[in-house]
Design a protein around this ligand. Structure first.
Ligand SMILES: [Zn+2]
Length: 144
């Protein structure tokens, strides 16, 4: 979309009252972006947003907790791994001995970060698709 907005111009925006994407009139601009808009349908004024926020979406859909917690996990996963040196990721093995916050490389689940040591032989690792319990310090190599 070409950014040629200006105050008084028309813009497609999400109306927080109508709960629809509708034509709006731009009231205020900040840094070349529409900041505040007026809905042409209900005349309600609100901050500009292109689409419903995640909050409104989950609210109106009353979506499942699972999706939300998965997203939280994913966000945490991303933030925990941001800036981390993935080339130093330790290959996961059930015989391994891992420490909290250590980054591991699992053959099936991919890159993960150790959230907590639950027992000497049981650790909780956060992967891209959520936390998983894995074993460690298993000298026999046989899953417990
Ligand atoms: Zn409206």
């Amino acid at each position: 979309m070409i950014n040629n907005y200006s105050a008084g111009g028309d813009i497609e925006a999400w109306c927080t009252k109508c709960k629809l994407e509708l034509g709006h009139t731009i009231i205020a601009m900040v840094d070349d972006f529409p900041k505040r808009v007026k809905c042409n349908t209900c005349n309600g004024q609100h901050n500009y947003r292109a689409k419903p926020s995640e909050k409104n979406r989950t609210k109106s859909k009353s979506s499942s907790r699972k999706t939300k917690s998965q997203k939280t996990n994913y966000n945490e996963y991303i933030s925990r791994l941001t800036g981390a040196d993935l080339s130093n990721a330790k290959k996961y093995s059930i015989k391994g001995n891992f420490e909290q916050d250590e980054i591991i490389d699992h053959s099936k689940f991919g890159i993960g970060i150790v959230l907590s040591i639950i027992q000497i032989n049981k650790i909780k690792i956060l992967f891209e698709d959520g936390p998983k319990l894995l074993i460690q310090n298993n000298e026999s190599g046989i899953p417990v």
